[in-house]
Structure formats: structure tokens, C-alpha cells
Ligand binder design. Structure first.
Ligand SMILES: Cc1cc2nc3c(=O)[nH]c(=O)nc-3n(C[C@H](O)[C@H](O)[C@H](O)COP(=O)(O)OP(=O)(O)OC[C@H]3O[C@@H](n4cnc5c(N)ncnc54)[C@H](O)[C@@H]3O)c2cc1C
Length: 475
């Protein structure tokens, strides 16, 4: 659509998550006449049920875990009578009120921001009737009336939803998806988390930190399959050391209510009892019933929308962004895809999506942050790189802070020494990865990183130290 007069381009965006609302801001800035159709609230699942609430819950769990190391640093809690207090207690009802308030406030902030730039919001469920027309079943209109919105450009950003199996039906009380847990007003006594991917691992550890007994059912050999194996080993070790029961190579067959609790049945016939079960077995794209096939938008066998690196679908003028495309299920990537789509559609300068320097974080304790090439690529021989791993236990600041787990790993291209990837496993690794991301993004070599000052003492000192160890002298 490059070349269309941006002042008159009508843009309709289906879905108000990061893919949709970030696109709306760009489209409005570029002079488009923008409408967002959303049925759950701006911010989408990212803000209302997924990223924001889970990270807010984890913040409470992280706070609780500070108490575990407090005694090592010489801190003891006392009650007013002078008796030593051994346990901090999380009141889940209070925690969840805070979490939901925070999500709602974030959604309101986003709504205000998009309204400020003149975007029209239509609350309801939309579908394409053609590549240039969206029909909306408007929320709150029980008469079945619909509104039709004409468009020059359409962006589909409808996200994904938790995968549900026939044999494991969530009931919102004891058998829960990750979107339902914020309705609990008391901590589960014994929570069985099914699935040890990012969501399962993060939430299993959060509830363990909050005080639940936790069993993690993992179908694979180790937790966090697909992630850096050294990082996953550290995390599994921390999980078990803190008392989580990790059942590896255990595939769920189904879950049912029994008495006052739940039973998770495994395929090998074993049964795992708990008070509650949390299902974290993946997501499915929300692309059914949108009229996509009817207008010729190509879908993959998994139901994801096929897009190129500027977010174009197979139909001219129809773009897609975010989890509905299955490119990389991250809020940051959804937002970038949405922005790129609008820059392309409205004729602005556009840089195609580059996945090679996306930084991502797993909010376990310690966190795992990664960027660039992976250990897997190295092990499989698809890249040739030198690698150095520095345990944090030798870092002076880590010692002062009582940090015993974690490491910094850097990958450098053989020959050039360019930093092509890295892994940080540490508290707040999500913040510490940024210098490595800068190095990967700007093609800095290890000597450039090594010769940059770091604060003494600091955790980032280990990043510079890893770079120094990767220095090679000319042959
Ligand atoms: C538990 C969990 C934690 C996560 N934590 C992080 C994290 O820390 N960092 C990170 O980067 N990513 C995280 N993610 C991933 C992140 O949430 C997603 O990548 C992100 O939400 C994708 O954004 P989106 O815009 O594609 O869709 P969504 O955020 O899913 O928004 C889609 C919106 O579209 C609306 N919609 C759907 N169909 C229609 C329709 N027909 N009509 C109108 N509206 C419709 C929905 O109501 C929703 O509001 C997490 C995911 C999970 C499950």
C-alpha cells in the first residue's frame, strides 16, 4: 500500500494487544484514520491475563524469596514481642487484588494514550467480510446488531489463547488455565503444574515462593526444553533445592476433580494428587471464525497466519502481527510486527523484522535472559562460535549479594570475534542482558566489549570478563 495518501488511509485493527495498540499509535502518527476493534480491553491478553499479571505475581514471590537469603546476610525478623519470626506469609487474595488492579490500570493507560492520538475504539468481536470490510458484533448490543467498518488497510492482531485438551477441562475453580489463577483468594495447598515450558516454569516457581507445595509435571527430560541447557539445569536444580517436586518424562493423560482436590493422570498410569491443577500446555492462535479463509488469507496447518518480514499476509492490504502469526510469542515481537506493518502500509521507511537480536527473558528466580544465537545452534553445528561461561559465584558483587546460582555466557564468532549471542542467568537478568543485546545488535566484537568500563563491583563485570576471555591474539 506504499504510496497511498496517509491522511486518508482508513486502518482497521482487529485486536488491542501489543500487536494491535502499538500499530495503532504508529498508524495515527503517520496520519491514518484508525479504528481498533477489541473484545476484552486494550492491552490484550498481554496486559489483562498473561505478561503483566504473571510478572506482578512473580514480583511478590521474588520479594518473599528475599527473606530466604536475609538470614545469610545477617538479617532476622522479629515480632513486636522480640520473638524471631521464621516465615513471611503471602495473602493470595490481597496479592491478586493488587495484580488485577495493576493490569486494569495499565489497560486504562493504554486506552487513554490511543484515544489521545485520535484512535477510535470499538468494543466488540470483529470479523472480515472482505479484505476491505470488517463487521463487528458490538459488545452490549443484545439485539444482534452489527457495525460495519470500511478499511483501506486491515491488521489482524487477535493473539492466542490457552490450549485446552478434551481430557483436561478447566473449571475455573481447581483446574485452571494461567488466565484463571487470579481469581483464587487463597493459596493452593498443593498445586500440580502441568507443562514445564516458560509459563509452567515461571508460575510453578512463583507459587512455590508464595508458599504452596508444588509438583511440576514435565513431559521432557528436563524443565524448559528448548532453552539454554546450562540455564535449564541451574533452574531445575534451584527448583528441587527449594522443595519443588519435578516429575520429568511424565506426560499428562488428563485431569479430573476428585473429592476436595484434583487428580492428574499420567500416560504411564501414575496419578498425581493435588488441591489444584494449573494447565500450561501451550497456546492456540485465535484465528478461527475471523473470515480469514473466506477472503483468502493463508493459514498454516496450526492455524497461524502466514506473514512475511513486513507483516504482510497473502492478501494485499491485510497485515497480521503478534501471537496469531506464531512468529515468536513475545509482546515485544508482537509490537514490533505491528509497527512494521503500519510503516509499510502507510508508506513510511521500514526495516523488516530481524529475529536474530530479539532479547527474551524467563522470569524464574534467577531469571534467564537470552539474545542471539543459542547453545543448540552451536551444538548442532549450524554456527561456529567460541563460547565462554562465567559462573556468578566468582563475581565479587554476587558474593556480597548472597547470589550463588547463575552465570554469564557469551558466544563470539570465530575469526571476527563479533558477539553473536549471550545468556545471563541471574536476578534481574532481564536488565543485565541489555549490554549483550547492544553488542549483538551493533556487531561489537569481544575486544570492544572487554575494553568498556564496568562498575566495580557489579554483575556486569562478568560480561566484560567473559568478553576478555574470548580475546584471541593474532596467529
Ligand atoms: C503467562 C504468560 C506470560 C507472558 N509473559 C511475557 C513476558 O513477560 N514478556 C513478553 O514479551 N511476552 C510474554 N508473554 C507473551 C505475550 O503475552 C504475547 O506474546 C502477547 O500477548 C501477544 O500480543 P498480541 O497483540 O499478539 O495478542 P494479545 O495480547 O493476545 O491480544 C489480542 C487481543 O485481541 C482480542 N481479540 C481476539 N479476537 C478478537 C476478535 N475477533 N475481535 C476483537 N478482538 C479480538 C483479544 O480480546 C485481545 O484483547 C506471556 C504469555 C503468557 C501466556
Amino acid at each position: 500500500m506504499a504510496g497511498v495518501n496517509a491522511r486518508t488511509t482508513r486502518v482497521v485493527i482487529l485486536g488491542g494487544g501489543p500487536g494491535g495498540y502499538e500499530a495503532a499509535l504508529v498508524a495515527a502518527h503517520l496520519g491514518g484514520e484508525v479504528t481498533i476493534v477489541d473484545r476484552d480491553g486494550l492491552g490484550g491478553a498481554a496486559v489483562l491475563t498473561d505478561c503483566v499479571p504473571s510478572k506482578a505475581l512473580i514480583s511478590t514471590a521474588d520479594y518473599m524469596s528475599e527473606f530466604e537469603t536475609a538470614a545469610d546476610l545477617g538479617v532476622h525478623l522479629e515480632d513486636p514481642e522480640g520473638d524471631e519470626v521464621s516465615d513471611a506469609v503471602a495473602e493470595l487474595g490481597e496479592v491478586n487484588v493488587r495484580v488485577k488492579d495493576l493490569a486494569a490500570a495499565q489497560s486504562r493507560d493504554i486506552t487513554d494514550r490511543v484515544e489521545e492520538v485520535g484512535v477510535r475504539i470499538v468494543r466488540g468481536t470483529g470479523r472480515l467480510v472482505s479484505a476491505t470490510r470488517v463487521e463487528v458484533a458490538v459488545e452490549g448490543d443484545d439485539s444482534g446488531a452489527t457495525e460495519t467498518v470500511d478499511a483501506d488497510v486491515v491488521l489482524i492482531a487477535t493473539g492466542a489463547t490457552p490450549r485446552v485438551m478434551d481430557t483436561a477441562q478447566p473449571d475455573g475453580e481447581r483446574i485452571l488455565t494461567w488466565q484463571q489463577i487470579y481469581e483464587l483468594d487463597a493459596l493452593p495447598e498443593r498445586l500440580v503444574v502441568v507443562g514445564s515450558g516458560v509459563t509452567g516454569a515461571e508460575l510453578a516457581q512463583a507459587y512455590l515462593g508464595l508458599g504452596s507445595e508444588v509438583v511440576l509435571v514435565s513431559s521432557r527430560d528436563r524443565v524448559l526444553p528448548g532453552e539454554d541447557p546450562d540455564a535449564a539445569t541451574v533452574i531445575e536444580d534451584v527448583f528441587t533445592r527449594r522443595g519443588m517436586e519435578v516429575l520429568g518424562r511424565s506426560r499428562m493423560a488428563g485431569v479430573e476433580r476428585r473429592g476436595d482436590g484434583v487428580v492428574v493422570r499420567l500416560e504411564d498410569g501414575r496419578e498425581v494428587e493435588g488441591s489444584h491443577a494449573l494447565l500450561a500446555v501451550g497456546s492456540v492462535p485465535q484465528t478461527a471464525g475471523l473470515g480469514l479463509e473466506e477472503v483468502g488469507v493463508e493459514l498454516s496447518p496450526s492455524g497461524h497466519i502466514a506473514v512475511d518480514r513486513v507483516s504482510r499476509t497473502s492478501v494485499r492490504g491485510v497485515y497480521a502481527a503478534g501471537d496469531c502469526t506464531g512468529v515468536l510469542p513475545l509482546a515485544s515481537v508482537a509490537a514490533m510486527q505491528g509497527r512494521i506493518a503500519m510503516s509499510h502500509a502507510l508508506g513510511d521507511a521500514v526495516a523488516p523484522l530481524r529475529l536474530g537480536d530479539v532479547s527474551a527473558n524467563i522470569f524464574t528466580d534467577p531469571e534467564i535472559a537470552t539474545v542471539g544465537i543459542s547453545q543448540k545452534a552451536l551444538d548442532e553445528g549450524t554456527v561456529d562460535a567460541d563460547v565462554v561461561m562465567m559462573p556468578l559465584s566468582r563475581n565479587p558483587r554476587a558474593k556480597m549479594m548472597g547470589i550463588t546460582d547463575g552465570f554469564v555466557k557469551l558466544f563470539a564468532q570465530k575469526g571476527s570475534g563479533a558477539v553473536i549471542g549471550g545468556v545471563v542467568v541471574a536476578p534481574r537478568a532481564s536488565e543485565l542482558i541489555f549490554p549483550v543485546t547492544l553488542a549483538v545488535h551493533h556487531r561489537l566484537n569481544v575486544d570492544q566489549v572487554a575494553s568498556t568500563f564496568t562498575v566495580y563491583p557489579s554483575l556486569t563485570g562478568s560480561i566484560a570478563e567473559a568478553a576478555r576471555r574470548l580475546h584471541t591474539t593474532a596467529p
